[in-house]
Ligand binder design. Structure first.
Ligand code: SER
Length: 654
């Protein structure tokens, strides 16, 4: 099956089993400052997993576009991508293990028609210290499911990954691992869960692409023996059923009021399994991009595999970021986008593509989503514009870098060493009065975007000697930077539970009040363009052609403070989407909603009309008066441009 067919079949399979198909959430999470990107299907559903009723019911299914920027350096092998689609189905206090595992198995073996003999599964071994028991229930279900296919499934207790290296497969089919492998929560590890975070044991399904013992190189890298979680590529995880029934409390785990299922499966990987080819870049959503790159470069995938994979993944990710309104910049989401585009362009150099190639590749990418995600096609022009602009900026930066290079090392030989690198190399290093050191190579890379190869080439042209230790120094600095960015990446998950704390709710409510006040003061052309809330402030982007005057700012502040004083009652109701829009509810992100939506209303006690009426997932405070607790006032601390025709406000409760 093609990836497109698998996506469609999955949605239909679960729709037939009572699930409502919900639209994907955007890549930039709305109102969740704890993470830069939507990295899993469950992320936008956290409030519902914690118990809030979902407007579409207790059974949901979707295909969620995800971005995992922390995987950027991994891209280049046959299975890692930063951007992917996660097929997801959820039971919000509805069905549990028996239905979930059986359905997924049925989907894989009967719909996608994967050979059950190539499927291997894992279960949670239990965690005594935290009082969480071994998941024998899931294991029993698996044994039965395999038995029905004529496969005798042996249960093996592997425990830790290290034990796996030591013990190997042991003829097993169902493998028990510890919490490092079979416990899921957003914090990544059971030991780092903040209070209030939901999580639970999980059960993963792996597809075995081939069968052999580790060779010598694999032994060094992945351990003596192969096992499902050893990561050598023989087994690839294609789906994960999380039994989310716990919440972390100060010193223990408590059961959630309702137990949930959170399933996530990589569409791209299931499609690769369907092809029986471990190279995920061969699936129908990626291979056409590779073909295009072969066509423009005149090079072959076989000989330029890594660069073509990097370009393919990164441009697909950047395309979706552009579709979801991100622009390249030097911080947050924009920074990741910039890195993706620039890495893609650098790798394009490797293929000898020097000229504006983005406008040729992007339409191939958008074309792949034409049918299922119409917003991709409708934004095609904008996407190309944004990416091509970045390409131009980057090429300028490269030129600037070359000028720096020229200044430091004039090509006219005034630095004393001319001639070929070969000749230069034959001169002892001490004899050179000009050498490049690692710090310079790193600066050229970091500030001017020069890949190492490009710097070496320029040095070569100028006859500058590049000693080996300079390259080693460069590698060391790169490694340091990688660690820094990984730490930063981890940091954003540690911020606690996005959107649930009281101060968070207050800023969320203040955002609604301010949005309405802005429309009252400036006019109804004001439309929300983005919003981000932290414990310290709210940030709000909206369309407006010019800078706000101090008087306008004051007026908006006064209106918000007045509505806080009026102590409006905050409540929500669910409506059919078209009814909500007809009733004049303000929306957040264009028109991509499910069939029904929640609309928050903020209304004074004796008023006929609400002051604010806005489509929103929540959460909010109950009365706007709560925003004034501790004698606080609403204050706009910054008003600035955030792109053409877009203004950005930062405001606080002070
Ligand atoms: N949340 C789980 C994951 O991301 C399953 O959806 O793997």
């Amino acid at each position: 099956m093609t990836a497109q067919e698998i996506r469609q079949a999955y949605l239909q399979f679960f729709a037939e089993r009572g699930h409502t198909i919900i639209p994907r959430a955007q890549l930039v999470p709305y109102n969740d400052p704890t993470t830069l990107f939507t990295g899993s299907g469950m992320q936008p559903l956290i409030p519902y997993l914690l118990g809030e009723p979902h407007p579409s019911g207790t059974r949901l299914v979707d295909s969620q576009t995800c971005l995992r920027a922390q995987d950027i350096e991994e891209v280049g092998d046959n299975r890692h991508t930063t951007f992917f689609e996660m097929l997801g189905n959820w039971s919000l206090g509805d069905y549990f293990k028996a239905e979930q595992l059986a359905w997924f198995f049925e989907f894989l073996t009967k719909v996608v028609k994967l050979d059950p003999a190539k499927l291997y599964v894992t279960c949670f071994i239990g965690d005594e210290a935290n009082g969480i028991s071994k998941d024998t229930e899931s294991s029993k279900i698996w044994v039965e499911l395999f038995k029905n296919e004529g496969i005798e499934a042996n249960e093996i207790e592997i425990g830790s990954e290290a034990d796996g290296y030591a013990k190997g497969m042991q003829n097993g089919r169902v493998f028990y691992y510890d919490a490092h492998k079979n416990w899921w929560c957003r914090a990544g590890s059971i030991d780092h869960m903040p209070e209030g975070e939901p999580g639970g044991p999980d059960s993963e399904v792996f597809y075995r692409f081939y069968e052999r013992e580790h060779n010598a190189a694999e032994k060094r890298q992945y351990g003596e023996h192969c096992h499902p979680n050893c990561d050598c590529g023989q087994f690839v995880e294609i789906g994960n059923s999380v039994f989310m029934e716990y919440i972390k409390r100060a010193d223990c785990f408590e059961k959630l009021p309702k137990r949930n299922v959170d399933f996530g499966g990589g569409l791209e990987r299931i499609a690769a399994a369907s092809l029986g080819d471990p190279d995920v870049f061969m699936i129908s959503l990626l291979q056409p991009i590779i073909v295009k790159l072969e066509e423009i470069s005149g090079r072959k995938y076989e000989s330029h595999t890594e660069s073509m994979r990097v370009i393919t993944d990164h441009l697909r990710a950047a395309t979706f970021l552009a579709v979801d309104g991100v622009k390249p910049s030097n911080k947050e989401q924009g920074y990741v986008m910039r890195r993706l585009v620039r890495r893609a362009i650098r790798h394009a150099f490797e293929l000898g593509i020097e000229q504006n190639f983005l406008e040729q590749v992007v339409p191939v990418i958008t074309g792949l989503y034409r049918e299922e995600l119409p917003e991709v096609l409708s934004k095609q022009e904008e996407v190309i514009e944004v990416l091509v602009k970045e390409e131009r900026v980057f090429r300028q930066t490269l030129r600037k870098g070359l000028r720096e290079f020229d200044k430091a090392y004039p090509a006219d030989g005034t630095h004393g060493i001319v001639g070929s690198q070969k000749k230069a190399k034959s001169i002892p290093a001490e004899a050179h009065n000009l050498q490049i050191d690692g710090a310079i190579l790193f600066k050229l890379y970091d500030t001017y975007g020069f890949p190492l190869e490009l710097s070496l080439e320029e040095a070569f042209k100028r006859g500058i000697f590049v000693p080996d230790y300079a390259k080693q120094e460069f590698e060391r600095l790169m490694q340091e930077q990688r660690q820094r960015s990984q730490t930063a990446g981890k940091g954003v998950f540690k911020g606690g539970l996005g959107g649930q704390s009281l101060i968070h709710k207050k800023y969320h409510t203040a955002t609604h009040l301010m949005y309405q006040a802005l429309r009252d003061v400036l006019g109804t052309h004001v439309v929300q363009n983005g919003s981000n809330i932290t414990e310290e402030r709210l940030r709000f982007d909206f369309s407006h052609p010019k800078k706000m005057t101090p008087e306008e700012i004051k007026k908006v502040e006064d209106i918000v403070n007045e509505q806080i004083k009026n102590d409006l009652k905050v409540s929500y109701e669910e409506y059919l989407t078209e009814v909500a829009l007809e009733k004049g509810a303000l929306g957040q992100f264009g028109d991509r909603y499910g069939d029904t939506v929640k609309v928050y209303k903020m209304i004074a006690e004796n008023a006929q009309q609400p002051f604010s009426f806005e489509i929103c997932g929540g959460p909010h405070v109950e009365h706007t008066g709560q925003l004034a607790e501790g004698n606080k006032q609403f204050k706009i601390i910054k008003e600035e441009s955030s792109g053409a025709g877009i203004r950005r406000i930062k405001a606080v409760l002070l």
